[in-house]
Design a protein around this ligand. Structure first.
Ligand code: HEC
Ligand code: HEC
Length: 216
């Protein structure tokens, strides 16, 4: 499938109006083939996206910052290759080995929420907390561990790998509860390398300038 974000940048309002009208007038078969245009047309409602221009240099530079956060233990520990979360600054396998389970919330008696409370539990080596603490689901693992910047950038914007997020949803995800949890680590754990504000800025810049993937 074509990358909807790249197409988005070239689309002018007039060009959108045509396929949308055609769509309204014709049957569902046509609707299917015009799917991409429809998706992108929803972005046009936000003038912000039209103001920004494609800029591969700025985009790749912003992604470097984004990548440094994604690969930090506070994020990567919940985005592992395997089906067991990681722990600590060295991202070792979670003690007691809770398993992902179908919905990412743990298996049998080892549900994440049994130990991970809505708030951080005070004390060293106590579980960090969040009302929604869990891994991505088994059918969409959203793995960060072991990915190069090039691989991860492509994965993040692929709706079949990112939880069916479009541009708007991706931008909103910068303020997701579990993303914010990265900046509220349990006692004794480090913060991600840059502030949440800087991360959000870099994330949005990366997406809006074309979501380019670094060469490697
Ligand atoms: C407690 C575990 C947990 C932590 C910690 C966590 N995430 Fe996630 N992350 C998830 C889950 C679960 C999903 C899937 C939910 C969804 O897509 O809405 C997800 C989805 C994502 C996505 C969307 C998927 C994609 O590939 O586009 C991004 C981006 C993301 N996380 C970034 C981060 C960043 C950045 C941090 C650290 C600052 C972080 N996450 C920390 C569990 C976590
Ligand atoms: C039996 C209790 C228990 C269960 C069940 C459990 N955890 Fe944990 N978890 C902990 C404790 C305790 C820590 C802190 C360990 C430490 O710092 O030494 C922790 C730490 C973590 C960390 C590391 C956080 C960081 O910033 O490094 C992640 C990620 C994590 N758990 C995810 C999960 C997920 C996802 C599940 C469910 C699939 C889960 N845990 C199930 C007790 C549990």
């Amino acid at each position: 499938m074509k990358n909807p974000f790249k197409i988005n940048k070239n689309i002018k309002l007039k060009k959108i109006a045509v396929p949308v009208t055609v769509l309204l007038l014709t049957g569902s078969l046509t609707a299917f083939s015009y799917n991409t245009e429809l998706t992108t047309s929803t972005y046009v409602k936000s003038p912000d996206f039209l103001e920004k221009k494609k800029d591969s240099v700025a985009s790749v530079k912003a992604f470097e910052k984004v990548y440094s956060v994604l690969m930090s233990p506070r994020c990567m520990n919940c985005h592992p290759i395997g089906d067991i979360p990681l722990q600590g600054e060295d991202s070792h396998i979670h003690t007691m080995q809770p398993k992902r389970g179908k919905d990412g919330k743990g298996l049998y008696a080892m549900k994440c929420a049994n130990c991970h409370q809505p708030e951080n539990t005070p004390g060293l080596h106590a579980p960090p907390g969040n009302p929604n603490w869990h891994l991505p689901p088994a059918d969409m693992k959203m793995v960060f561990e072991g990915k190069t910047a090039n691989q991860l950038a492509k994965q993040l914007i692929d709706p079949n790998q990112n939880g069916h997020k479009d541009m708007k949803k991706l931008i909103e995800h910068a303020d997701d509860g579990l993303v914010l949890a990265g900046w509220k680590p349990a006692e004794g754990l480090k913060l991600p390398p840059i502030s949440h504000k800087e991360f959000k800025k870099a994330w949005i810049t990366w997406l809006e300038t074309g979501a380019y993937a670094p060469k490697q």
